[in-house]
Design a protein around this ligand. Structure first.
Ligand SMILES: NC(=O)c1ccc[n+]([C@@H]2O[C@H](COP(=O)([O-])OP(=O)(O)OC[C@H]3O[C@@H](n4cnc5c(N)ncnc54)[C@H](OP(=O)(O)O)[C@@H]3O)[C@@H](O)[C@H]2O)c1
Length: 322
């Protein structure tokens, strides 16, 4: 089988597509023929090797993850002896999480990983671009933001993968959504349900004067210090970015009414992720959610996909189809 092998950090051609040994599922594993996966902002950060905390996870000297990629859709090719609930030929949506490996023709997941049947109404392409963004945005807004109907929510980075799902999920929970994005993405973000748009290139954050119950900084460009004037007395600033600053702010505001919260949603329990993936597919079914797809690449052109994602300006998701 062909797989994109993560050879070195930083180099634009550091991912090399090679023939590797076929995978054989162990008792509790499921072998999936990948139909669509994505190159995410996290994959691009990993490839760059430039950020301290991610580098600690991927290998200090050289990459210890052989193949990147987490979210995918595909078809069950083979199941381990003890797998129940999935059969050869089932169309599935899954996320390999910290086992990675989705940038390949085949991937192994376990029957404990978040895996659900792909509904027929979703294309493989769309289904391959669901879990990363939505399973980040959902726990941030629902569990950490405690979102409720009527909340005023500011979503920064509303045109990205996490942001496009965050806008739609915040609307699903009945919030009033102000989205921060550039004007070129305003129409798209409005079409996802945003009530108001602020163009971050024209209006600096310090010049916004409204108050919000939740600020979800999906791209981690600010901090509670820079957004405090925008928070209601019990408002929460949520950030996706692990840094000394975000950890310090979270500790410092832990007992305050206005909180800064960092969460690492990829490290949640598999059961929680599976339940949420079920909820997300239901929301797709009810047309409450849609996947935004920017560009499509193949496994052979995956470095180009990484180069594009690394620029930080994609809208929604960048998909690799097989
Ligand atoms: N903590 C966790 O568990 C967790 C999980 C997943 C991801 N993450 C992190 O979340 C971050 C976001 O991920 P993502 O996949 O959504 O990123 P993404 O899709 O790459 O975000 C790109 C988008 O962000 C917009 N953007 C850039 N700077 C902006 C600014 N100052 N204000 C508003 N919008 C801005 C860009 O719009 P323009 O082109 O108009 O600039 C672009 O559409 C990543 O850094 C990732 O590491 C964390």
């Amino acid at each position: 089988m062909k797989a994109a092998i993560f050879k070195t950090y930083g180099n634009k051609n550091s991912i090399v597509v090679e023939e590797v040994d076929n995978l054989i599922p162990k008792d509790h594993e499921i072998l999936i023929k990948v139909k669509a996966t994505t190159v995410t902002a996290v994959d691009a950060i990993f490839r760059s090797g430039k950020k301290f905390f991610p580098r600690m996870a991927t290998g200090v000297i050289s990459p210890k993850i052989k193949t990147l990629g987490t979210e995918l859709s595909g078809v069950v090719e083979m199941t381990g002896k003890k797998v129940t609930g999935f059969e050869i030929g089932d169309e599935v949506i899954t996320d390999s999480g910290t086992n990675y490996g989705a940038h390949a023709e085949y991937v192994l997941v376990t029957d404990k990983d978040p895996i659900v049947r792909k509904p027929k109404y979703l294309s493989f392409k769309e289904a391959g671009a669901i879990s990363y963004g939505s399973l980040t945005a959902l726990p941030f807004l629902r569990d950490h933001g405690k979102i409720k109907e009527g909340d005023r929510v500011l979503i920064i980075g509303a045109s990205g993968s996490v942001g496009t799902y965050a806008v739609q999920l915040a609307k699903y929970y009945g919030a009033e959504v102000t989205a921060v994005c550039s004007s070129q993405n305003a129409l798209l973000v409005k079409s996802l349900g945003a009530d108001r748009i602020i163009d971050y290139r024209k209006t600096p954050i310090k010049d916004i004067h409204s108050r919000y119950d939740i600020i979800f900084d999906t791209v981690g460009k600010y901090s509670i210090a820079k957004t405090k004037h925008l928070l209601t007395p019990k408002g929460r600033y949520l950030t996706t970015i692990l840094s000394l600053r975000s950890v310090f702010d979270m500790l410092r505001t832990g007992r305050s009414k206005q909180k800064s919260i960092l969460a690492l949603t990829g490290l949640r329990k598999n059961k929680e992720k599976t339940d949420d993936l079920r909820l997300i597919t239901e929301l797709f079914k009810n047309h409450k959610l849609r996947a935004v797809i920017d560009k499509e690449f193949t496994l052979d052109t995956i470095n180009k996909a990484f180069d594009y994602v690394a620029q930080g300006h994609k809208t929604g998701n960048v998909v690799i189809t097989f």
